[in-house]
Write a protein that binds this ligand. Structure first.
Ligand SMILES: NC(=O)c1ccc[n+]([C@@H]2O[C@H](COP(=O)([O-])OP(=O)(O)OC[C@H]3O[C@@H](n4cnc5c(N)ncnc54)[C@H](O)[C@@H]3O)[C@@H](O)[C@H]2O)c1
Length: 413
């Protein structure tokens, strides 16, 4: 452990715990610190028990920054910029940081994402934007398996990607003024990123394909209905009769290959109104004469729990993220962090920072994803296809704040 990178986490909630579990499979680091408003002691205790290091709880980012090599921002979207400002101030005051990790979405607007990129640059920090789905082993295995056919037949021309579940676990995700929108901002970023990645010809940079246009639709299909709206207010303290957000989004992004001029398309679909067993990630891709498909609800492990035994069940979320059922035939994923790509994105960041470079997905890439998410809101709100090659549209996106994020969702949903 002596020469390994010291990692410090900001935030000790859902995703920080997922990362800590995944880090059990990664070498070359020590989880040296955690700071959070809530949950830090518990996470640090688990980390120590799992052998991740002498994980200490720090009272602030600034104090932790002086004791670690890498800081991972795993706190809610609405505190990102302030946290990064605190981190940069700590570096300028002498903290010797190598790199900084940020969970998705990088920003809630293009302006926020751009500010984060600039802040990291101002402190000369290497960056890693955490988009786990690009690191998913099934996605990487599909692309590796298809490499020879892609070489002879040509790259993929259509990808479809979706992430869906029944709704997030904390109130702030549901509040569009805090989170930055509804499901499109929360999970559209994943599906847009992995769709773009799947289409990218082998060996080309992750932003090689140039985004041309975006069409999108959003809707409030479940959580605006009186029964569900009341439940949301009671369970999460968010009132969708006043500040609604979309629980369904779908769209199409067209990309251009700058070498061949060929256009390819990526369709995305996201929802918080998914009524199946739990979280489902679905991706497929079509090339000339070949295809792939990933569906994370297809597991090698099924468990059956009948009514007679249902009283004694274990916590359903132990089986699957966002589980909705506790009996019947249940899909169980035995290593979700690895399946969803958390293990591999952490490994990538730790190796990259140890070697003094950015992760596979630097923050500048996160900014591009934020731009595509904002363009999708713009397309849905204006009910027109957004032309990303138009300079006026590019300029408008720089300052665009979706109506939904402004708390004016009732005007568009
Ligand atoms: N990659 C994924 O699939 C995925 C999944 C879930 C969440 N996320 C992202 O991770 C981030 C965190 O989400 P989460 O689900 O863990 O949220 P959460 O609400 O479960 O946990 C947030 C943590 O941050 C802490 N926190 C909040 N405000 C703070 C402040 N001002 N100072 C210090 N600590 C503070 C909280 O105390 C808590 O420990 C979000 O940006 C979210 O979009 C990504």
């Amino acid at each position: 452990m002596a020469n390994s990178l010291k990692l410090g986490m900001v935030g000790a909630g859902f995703v920080a715990r997922f990362h800590a579990i995944s880090l059990r499979q990664v070498r070359g680091f020590e989880l040296a610190g955690v700071t959070a408003l809530k949950g830090a002691e518990e996470l640090a205790g688990s980390a120590r028990a799992w052998g991740l290091g002498e994980t200490r709880v720090y009272p602030s980012i600034a104090e932790m920054a002086g004791e670690v090599d890498v800081v991972a921002l795993f706190a809610p979207n609405y505190v990102r910029v302030a946290m990064m400002e605190e981190l940069v101030a700590a570096v300028k005051a002498g903290a010797n940081l190598k790199g900084v990790i940020c969970e998705k979405p990088l920003g809630r607007t293009v302006a926020e994402a751009r500010r984060l990129v600039e802040l990291a640059r101002s402190a000369n920090l290497r960056t890693a934007y955490f988009e786990n789905q690009i690191f998913m082993k099934p996605v990487r295995a599909a692309l590796a398996q298809l490499e020879p056919v892609q070489k002879t037949m040509g790259p993929m021309s259509l990808s479809r990607s979706s992430e869906e579940h029944g709704g997030p676990h904390e109130g702030w995700f549901w509040d569009p003024t805090k989170q930055g929108g509804g499901v499109l901002n929360d999970m559209g970023c994943h599906s847009i990123a992995v769709g773009w990645y799947a289409l990218t010809p082998l060996g080309k940079d992750i932003t090689f394909l140039q985004p041309q246009s975006v069409s999108a639709e959003i809707g409030l299909l479940k959580w605006g209905q009186p029964f569900w709206r009341d439940k949301l207010l009671k369970d999460r303290g968010v009132d969708y009769s006043k500040t609604p957000a979309e629980d369904f989004a779908t769209g199409m992004i067209t990309y251009r290959n700058p070498e061949t001029g060929r256009k390819v398309k990526a369709q995305f679909t996201n929802s918080w109104m998914f009524e199946k067993q739990g979280l489902r990630l679905f991706m497929d891709g079509m090339g000339p004469g070949y295809a792939f498909e990933v569906n994370t609800l297809v597991s090698p492990l099924n468990i059956f729990i009948g009514d007679a035994a249902a009283e004694a069940i274990r916590d359903a979320e132990l089986a699957l993220e966002k589980s909705t059922a506790t009996r019947g035939l249940l899909a169980v994923q035995h290593n979700e962090g690895d399946l969803y790509g958390y293990t591999d994105e952490n490994e990538d960041a730790i190796r990259a920072f140890s070697e003094g470079r950015d992760g596979f997905l630097p923050w500048s890439y996160g900014l591009e994803i934020t731009r595509l998410v904002m363009a999708s809101y713009m397309a849905a709100e204006s009910r027109r296809t957004v032309d990303l090659t138009d300079p006026a549209t590019q300029k408008a996106l720089e300052t665009y704040v979706p109506l939904i994020a402004q708390g004016r969702g009732a005007e568009v949903l």
